[in-house]
Structures are given as C-alpha cells and as structure tokens.
Design a protein around this ligand. Sequence first.
Ligand SMILES: Cc1ncc(COP(=O)(O)O)c(C=O)c1O
Length: 400
Amino acid sequence: MTPDNLPAVAGGPPLRSSPLAYGRHVLTDRDVDAVVVALRSGTLTGGLDVASFEAALEARCDVPHAVAVSSGTAALDLAVASLGIGAGDEVVTTPVTFVSTASAIVRSGAVPVFADVGDDRCLDPGAAARAVTSRTRALITVDYSGLPADVEALRAALPRPLPVIADAAHSLGASLGGRPVGSLADITTLSFHPVKQITTGEGGACLTADPALADRIRRLRNHGMTSSAEERGGMQWRYDVTCLGSNHRLTAFQAALGRSQLDRLVEVLARRRQLADRYDSMLRDIPGVGLPPRPPGRQSAWHLYAIEVAAEAFGCDRDTVIDALRAEGIEATLHYPAVHLLSLYRSRGYGPGTAPRAEALCSRLVTLPLHPAMSESDQDDVVVALARIQRWAATAPALR
Ligand SMILES: Cc1ncc(COP(=O)(O)O)c(C=O)c1O
C-alpha cells in the first residue's frame, strides 16, 4: 500500500490489523529471573535489592545519592516536600508536562506559576526568570520527550539563586554538555512506568548531590521515621518520627527488575535514537510536519517522538491527524494538553494567554509510536499512514 491509497478515516482499508502502541516495555528472561530471585530472597520490600538498584542509578547518573520510591509522582512529591515548600510559596514550572508535575506543587499547598517554553519545548530561562517573585521557592523543569532542559542557562537567568528540581521522568540516560541527567539539577526525579526507558512496573527515584536532602527524602519515603525496618534489628528497636511522611517505598522485587533493566539502558537508548533518526529522515518531506528540536550539546533519551502539525500546510488540524492515525491502527497520541488549561487548573483561575508559546505548541503536537520493541516495518507503517493522511487532507476541502 502506498501514500496514494485512501486513508481509513475516509473509507480506505486500515494499514494495520494489530494496533501499534506509542510506547511499550520490553521484558527479557533475565529480567524475569532477577524478579524471581528477589522474590525467593526472603525480603519483599527494602533491603539489598533496593540498595543495589540505588547504587546502580547513582553510578549511571553520576550523582552521589539515589532514593528509589514508588512512582515518579511520589518522587516529585518528596522532592518538593524535602525543600520545605508549602502554603504561601510559589514554584515556577512549565505547562508542557504531565499533570503530575504541577499537581505535586498543588498537593504541597504551594501555587504553581506556569512560565512559557522555548524552542526546545522546555522551560524558557527568560520566561522562568520573569515568573520569579518574592514568594518563589523553587523551579521544576521538565525534560520534555527526553531532551534535557538547560539547567545551567536557567540558573544563570534567575534574579536570585533558587533550587531547581528537574522532572526527568522522560530523560533517564540523556545528557547535556556530556553531563548525565541526574547530575544537573539540585534534585532530579525519575519515573519507571512501563513506557519509560526502564521499568519497575510502577516506580521512581529522587537523585541529588546534597546528603541532607537525600536524608530528608529517605525519611519522607518512610513516614518520617528515623530508621528503616531493616535498621531496627537486634537492640536497635527504638525510633522517632521527625517529619510528616508517608509510605513511598519500592518493593525489593521491583528494585531487582529495575536493576536488571538498567543493565540494558545503553542498548535501549541506542535503539530509540536509531528510530528517532530514521523518523527524521523519512518525515522531513511531508508538508506541514515539524520535526522534534535537536539543540546542540544535548543528547535526548527519546522517550517520545513528538512532531508538530502545522494545520494550514498539512491540510487538517492536529486532532484530525491523531484520529486518522488511530483509524489506521496507529496509536498516536498527545503529550500533553497544556496543564494550565485542564479543567482542574482552569477552576483554580488559570486560563489561556498564560504561556502563549506552550499553548500553541500543545495545539500542534502529535506523539508517534517510538519504543525499542517496534520494528522498521512498524515505523514504515506510521510514515506511510501520515503521508497518506496528508495527501488526502490537502485535497479534501471539507477539512479546511
Ligand atoms: C513528565 C512526567 N512527570 C511525572 C510523571 C509521573 O510518573 P509516574 O507515572 O511514575 O508517577 C510522568 C509520567 O508519565 C511524566 O511524564
């Protein structure tokens, strides 16, 4: 089938008989064996498996402290709490993110202040600096799609020094100026949800070079207690509670899976990069398709491959493109609707015009399938489908 065929949305036969997901985990026999060994070790939560996973993350991300937690969302909550942020404070962040980033600020009692993004689709240093007020306590950048935000440029633009949290849910394994994600911000948060570079089912981590912050995050992960269950052996049974924490622990078998997955990170990143490069070369001639940014000095971890659809040049709007790709069996999707325009945030007083570049970007983005389990032939289907939809859209007056 060629781009000249009628797309499924216009009555043609769908390109695919089985749907192609936008993201998917890969599990090997070695991963499964690692989980089984952990399950049989006698320790189901905490213990050596968690410590070993944390040590492997520290080595990989070139950071002294990694604290494994139950999700990327928990990692954000603990990062914000560890800085003592709460009611009356403001935290500057980007609206081009999953709602989790902003909601962590709201849950702390602080107010998210949405600043605009730059050409790299990450928080723009100038816009972030202009959003800083006397109440600002921190910034949360987001490494959108796997491209690391330029934390140094952000720090340099700020009117006064402020802690920077990097939400690196998309960017484990990425680097900026040769420095790995995890070593750039004051606290970096990771997610190990199944569509990410590595998975523990659900899981996440906080990374930091600051031992006091790491200690606080460890306590907050475990109800604010001064010792963990494994530390309370023998005569060491007493403990105190020094801050309001909760249970954000990762199980031992999840950590064993994460440790095993981390061993394959280099391979996974290489495959993601190869597919992203191949998309670039195959999509660049389709009218109205904007390719992901590739700023010099930054190596993306390619969590997402998100194109921008320019409706005029393409022939139809972004929503129609996603619907038409889905009709072909290609599960294209949107990352993300601008957070400040979601109903929850509108009900809290945010609205259009807050971050015009982000709002325009979020109306054009389409995430195409990208994951290590997909083949070149899967990828060819995506490109043929998009080309077919564009040809049809360009000649279908009803769409314009
Ligand atoms: C940018 C971003 N931040 C935070 C999260 C939350 O991670 P989790 O799903 O592990 O809670 C996600 C999840 O996809 C995300 O994409």
